[in-house]
Write a protein that binds this ligand. Structure first.
Ligand SMILES: [Zn+2]
Length: 174
């Protein structure tokens, strides 16, 4: 059917952080909401582009797809880059055929802000205040206070088929 549906979301200011993405209608659990788009670059190129960024600047639109590819949503990115981190999220990022999609993990009501767990990986050369730089103020009782993944990182859960669910891997570039 070629019914034109109202867009599922819109971008506006968020109380959590800068801009956010909000549902404009009810979104069912499992719905693929948006693809995380941007220029696909190598890790080396991502390092080159953002090496000079201030260490306390957490405004990054990089998403690690795998060891070969990083998506830089700062170039040709779409609204997906405005989806904020949340410690008790209503969305998750899904990797499929080396592309990243944001999907609903529960029913989302109109007006709800879309969030997924960035689970930013830790690096050996992180500054000591890395958790401060990526502080989370999502406000839920279970907020862990940081967008970084806890030191002990569970193995990605592999599923049958090609769909692999991994923790979101936004990357902190210093
Ligand atoms: Zn939080």
């Amino acid at each position: 059917m070629n019914t034109i549906r109202k867009p599922m979301f819109r971008v506006r200011r968020s109380r959590v952080h800068g801009l956010g993405v909000f549902a404009t209608r009810r979104i069912r659990k499992g719905t693929r909401i948006v693809e995380y788009l941007g220029e696909r670059i190598s890790h080396r190129e991502a390092d080159r582009r953002y090496a000079t960024k201030a260490a306390n600047d957490n405004h990054t639109f990089l998403y690690i797809v795998d060891r070969g590819v990083v998506i830089d949503a700062g170039v040709d990115g779409n609204d997906a880059r405005f989806i904020n981190h949340g410690c008790d999220p209503n969305c998750e990022s899904v990797t499929e055929n080396r592309r990243i999609y944001i999907e609903a993990i529960g029913t989302i009501q109109p007006g709800d802000e879309l969030k997924y767990d960035y689970s930013i990986g830790r690096d050996r050369d992180d500054p000591p205040n890395i958790d401060e730089i990526f502080a989370c103020r999502c406000g839920v009782a279970s907020c862990r206070g940081t967008m970084l993944w806890p030191a002990k990182r569970p193995k990605p859960r592999l599923r049958k088929g090609r769909k692999v669910r991994t923790p979101a891997r936004k990357t902190a570039r210093k």
